[in-house]
Ligand binder design. Structure first.
Ligand code: 5GP
Length: 210
């Protein structure tokens, strides 16, 4: 039996995700006020795009830039890598050589669909901070501390699973979760090949928990 068939599934609709993001964006705008977003692909792409719409609603007249990184959690099995809850985060896409320059001094909101073990978010933050440190080395020593302090990282996930986490976030990271959920397997609409069936299953999931 695969890992996914042993756990309870929870189907989530586009509309539900849209509304979660609508609800929490004003707080993120007021408290964190991002300068740009870094979406972790592929699950972070749709949430980041929707959040941009609601961030504009909060009075910004400039459309926020969305940068993309690709990360995957892999567990090597008999020498073959199979995509599932795993050991190691693998980069499939990263920002260009100017990454540090682009992020330095900014409030950067990292966006993903779900915080499960937290390994992916922890990896993303550690690596983005490394890019910042590499950029700082090119700046005059006297400016470094102020530039480092001006660079802020925040996280937005649509769902946070209430479970023990296997990795930590650096201290001072702003953290926003749209919805807290149990340790279920979330089926997202963009993974579905039959959206009508997906929405029917989502409606049933809601009735079962009412
Ligand atoms: P992490 O364990 O590092 O927090 O999550 C890693 C990645 O695993 C997430 O970005 C997501 O792509 C995937 N993942 C974790 N839990 C779920 C889930 O419940 N549903 C789906 N569709 N993907 C998940």
């Amino acid at each position: 039996m695969s890992h996914e068939s042993q756990v309870k599934h929870w189907h989530v609709t586009y509309n539900h995700i849209h509304k979660i993001i609508q609800k929490c964006t004003p707080r993120i705008a007021a408290e964190f006020n991002p300068d740009l977003m870094v979406a972790i692909g592929g699950g972070g792409f749709f949430p980041a795009r929707v959040m941009r719409t609601f961030l504009r609603e909060t009075g910004r007249n400039k459309t926020l830039q969305i940068q993309a990184i690709g990360l995957s959690l892999y567990e090597p099995i008999d020498g073959v890598s199979e995509q599932k809850i795993g050991e190691q985060v693998v980069r499939t896409q990263w920002l260009g050589t100017e990454a540090g320059k682009m992020l330095l001094g900014k409030s950067v909101l990292i966006v993903d669909e779900v915080d499960d073990t937290r390994k992916t978010l922890s990896y993303a933050l550690t690596e983005l901070k490394n890019d910042i440190e590499a950029e700082l080395l090119t700046r005059p020593e006297a400016d470094r501390e102020a530039l480092r302090a001006a660079t802020r990282f925040g996280i937005f996930v649509v769902h946070n699973k209430n479970k023990p986490k296997l990795a930590e976030l650096p201290e001072g990271t702003a953290y926003y979760a749209g919805e807290e959920v149990d340790d279920v397997w979330l089926d997202y609409p963009w993974e579905s090949t039959d959206i009508e069936e997906h929405d029917k299953l989502a409606a049933k999931d809601i009735i079962q928990t009412e």
